[in-house]
Structures are given as C-alpha cells and as structure tokens.
Design a protein around this ligand. Structure first.
Ligand code: ADP
Ligand code: ZN
Length: 437
C-alpha cells in the first residue's frame, strides 16, 4: 500500500478516536486565537473542554460564507504571519472575496488529500497530468499541481485556456490524465473534433479528473463514450482547502455514485438547512465541514451550502472514509419556478437523455406579467439539424417532454446550432436568472 493512502483504511473505531482527538485540539486552538469563534462559543456557553465525544460538535457554532467576507481579510486567521506560506481567495464577483491564509502544514495536508484522490483514481508516478484548472488565487490549479507532484506524476501546469495548445501538448507529451472542469473538457472535446483528433486513436489520455462544478452522471457517460477516458469526480472548496477533500473510487464512482471524504482531515456533518439540526447518515441535507488539521484558517462547522447525504453502507473498496452522494447542487442554485423547486442538474439529466442533444445548454428565466418564463436553449447535433421543420418540431417536443417529466414545469425549448452557446475555460455559468438584480 502506498503510504499516502494509509489512513484510507483505518478501522472505524480508530478513525473516530483520531477525529475526536483532532477535534478537541482544533477547537481549543481556534477558541484561543479567533475572536469571532470565541465570542460565539461564549454566547452559547460552550467551552473547548465540553467537547468530550464527536457528537458534542453539535454544541459548537456554525461558520458561513458571509462570516469569511465580514472578517476579510485576516479576521479568521489563527496562525502568526511567519507561519503563513500561501493565500488563496475565492468568489470576488460580488464585493469582497474571502481570503484563506495557509500554513506550510495546511498546504501539505491538502496536497496529501489530493494525492490520495489521484491514487484512488488509479494514477501513479508513471502518469503525466495536465492541469488546466486556473492557477493563482483559485485553488484548482495549485491544488491539483501539488497533489500530482506528491504522487510523483509529471505535472504539466498549463492552466486554463488556449485549447489548441492544450491539445498539442497532450498529444506531443503523451498526457495520460487531465484535471479540468467538466465544462472546459467539453470545450476541449469540441476543438478536438474540429481538428479531427480522436482521443482513442491520437492521444494517450486515460483519466479525466473533473470537479469544481456540478456535473451529472449523464454528462459523465457522454464524456466517457465520446473519448474513451474514465471520468473521475473530485470535490473540494476553498474555505476548507481546495480540490481533494473528497473523490470517487472505482466502486462508488459506478455502483452507488458518490465520493469518499477524507474525514481524518475534513470532518463531515449533514444538517437540516432550515432547523440546523444534525441529520443521521443516510439523510439528505447541507454538508458541513470541520477542518481537523488546518491551522492557518481553521474552520469549525463551516456550512458549505452543498446538498448531499452520507451513505450508511460501507464502500466495497474497503476504505473506511464515508461516502457522500455526488454534489448535484448548492442550496443557492435552486430555482423556484412557478412555485416549483428546480435544480439545473435536473435539467441537464433530462436534456442528455435525448441522444440528439449536445451537452451544451443555457437556462434563462425571465419575469413576465403573468408567470415567469423558463427558456432552455440547447445545442443539437449537426446531423439532427435539418430543413425539415416537422422533424425539428418533433425533436423539440421530445426535449420538452423529457424536461417537463423531470422538473414538472413547462419550459420553452429553443434548439440551437452546435457551437452557438458560450463555452467556458473554467467554471461555467449556465443559468441566467433575469429575476435577480
Ligand atoms: P467559488 O466559491 O469561488 O466557486 P471554490 O472553488 O471554492 O470557489 O468552489 C467550491 C464549490 O464548487 C463547492 O462548494 C461546490 O459547490 C462546487 N464543487 C466543487 N467540486 C465539485 C464537484 N466535484 N461536484 C459538484 N460541485 C463541486
Ligand atoms: Zn470506495
């Protein structure tokens, strides 16, 4: 066994003991050093010594994204600047970003977690890993970079964009694995098709390491059948480190689609987002993390807004780290249309069930005097575009029925030509909600 993955197989009792020890340590550390956390604990009348079992975590206050914004830039920093080696920031689109200072130890733990994912995906030191995630403040690039190096892969730190060059280097170097947002990989697939590059024939690519945004099982199937690669799911967020917090194994990838959470570092809870009460394994709710090994910016009970559930059953691979469902949505992705809750991932699932449909779509919601209008623009294969209006109308109706059956709301479906919708080089924005100012 590779030493990187030693903790993957810890007996459950040992894992829980380790988690409790680390929880007590991080709560005491944060209480001593972070004023906001100490104040909130004091308000609830809870002290670090009250954490006697793992269940006692429920006594502690939550942390949410606005806390990170309010405390920007360094209000939640627990380590002195001489111990900080790197900053990451996220989501600067609305107002202040959040800023996460990391110590050398934090960076090391994160690299290990990411390397464990890569190892679980089947990569080894023999692989050449092309990292197309953005480098810089975003955690994607450097996260996969250090994880890949830790495993001994040959990392190609190309970052996002310049798709022609991505394909050229992929072919010339014999790249075997690519780390990418699924939406950027669709763009790479487009350009490969234009250039007549067949992934099976003309490249050595075997693994796609996809994350940073939701993508459905149907999207995975589309990518795998078109290219012949195996598509793996990697999950993470800046607030608790970056990509590598969780990843899929060969079993939970296929049979019960999910991801192992490296819970010796990132302690997961599922809560009811309305009552904030912890939910038992098996029940769906909001994912909450406590970082057990992070000292630059520790997070106790950080509410991710990601919706999932922890599996009750142990995974067949033997790893004791719990498995969560794939993340199909954040709570704030939910659209309320005609009083019905709709998640964009449901629309993706419905669209991709129609074989003529390409995996490129846009969801546009526009307020009207009566009901809000839900329009879905979707690209269809060039072969399916014909002058035969009746054939197009039949296809449109099939797409309509597929979507209506899953979301329960009647959309306006607009079929568009291949290549006409925007592409992304990072995280894609597929929803345009004109009701939001
Ligand atoms: P930002 O908040 O700026 O988007 P992050 O990269 O920290 O920056 O985003 C993390 C979020 O991205 C997660 O909370 C989750 O919503 C989403 N995400 C990351 N990986 C996955 C994945 N594999 N599947 C679904 N969603 C993901
Ligand atoms: Zn497994």
């Amino acid at each position: 066994m590779n030493t990187i993955s030693a903790n993957d197989f810890l007996p459950v009792e040992e894992l829980r003991r380790l988690q409790l020890e680390k929880l007590q340590r991080i709560v005491a550390y944060e209480y001593e050093r972070v004023a906001l956390f100490r104040r909130r604990c004091d308000e609830r009348g809870v002290k670090p010594r009250d954490i006697v079992t793992l269940k006692d975590i429920a006594k502690l206050p939550f942390m949410i994204k606005t806390d990170l914004r309010d405390e920007y830039p360094l209000g939640l920093t627990a380590a002195p600047m001489e111990e900080i080696v790197r900053f990451h920031c996220s989501s600067g689109t609305t107002g202040k970003p959040i800023c996460i200072p990391n110590t050398a130890g934090d960076v090391e733990v994160w690299a290990e977690a990411t390397a464990r994912c890569l190892l679980m995906f089947g990569l080894s030191a023999k692989d050449i890993l092309q990292v197309t995630y953005g480098y810089g403040l975003f955690t994607g690039g450097l996260g996969l970079h250090y994880g890949g190096e830790k495993l001994g892969c040959a990392v190609l730190p190309i970052g996002g964009g310049n798709t022609d060059k991505q394909l050229m280097l992929m072919q010339d170097l014999g790249v075997t694995a690519i780390a990418c947002t699924p939406s950027y990989f669709l763009r790479i697939m487009d350009v490969a098709r234009e250039k007549g590059i067949d992934f099976r024939r003309d490249t050595k690519l075997r693994h796609g390491i996809f994350g940073a945004e939701p993508w459905t099982d149907e999207m995975r199937a589309k990518i795998e059948t078109t290219t012949g690669i195996v598509a793996h799911d990697i999950y993470g967020l800046t607030e608790v480190s970056g990509p590598g917090v969780a990843g899929s194994c060969p079993y939970c990838e296929r049979e019960t689609p999910g991801l192992h959470i490296w819970e010796d570092h990132y302690y997961p809870e599922i809560i009811d987002p309305d009552t904030l009460e912890p939910l038992p394994d098996g029940e769906a709710g909001e994912l909450v993390f406590t970082t057990l090994d992070r000292f630059g910016t520790p997070m106790v009970r950080y509410r991710t807004r990601d919706l999932t559930r922890l599996h009750v059953e142990r995974c067949k691979c033997g790893r004791t780290a719990r498995v969560m469902d794939r993340i199909h949505a954040r709570s704030d992705d939910m659209l309320i249309i005609h009083g019905v809750n709709v998640f964009p991932s449901q629309v993706e699932t419905a669209l991709l069930s129609v074989p003529e449909v390409e995996p490129h779509y846009q969801i546009i919601i526009t307020p009207t005097d009566t009901l809000d209008l839900l329009e879905i623009k979707v690209e269809i294969r060039s072969e399916s575009f014909s002058d035969d209006i009746r054939a197009l109308e039949t296809l449109r109706k099939r797409v309509f029925n597929a979507v209506k059956a899953i979301i329960g709301v009647s959309p306006r479906i607009t079929l568009v030509e291949p290549g006409s919708l925007p592409r992304s080089e990072g995280k894609i924005k597929r929803v345009i909600d004109n009701r939001r100012k």
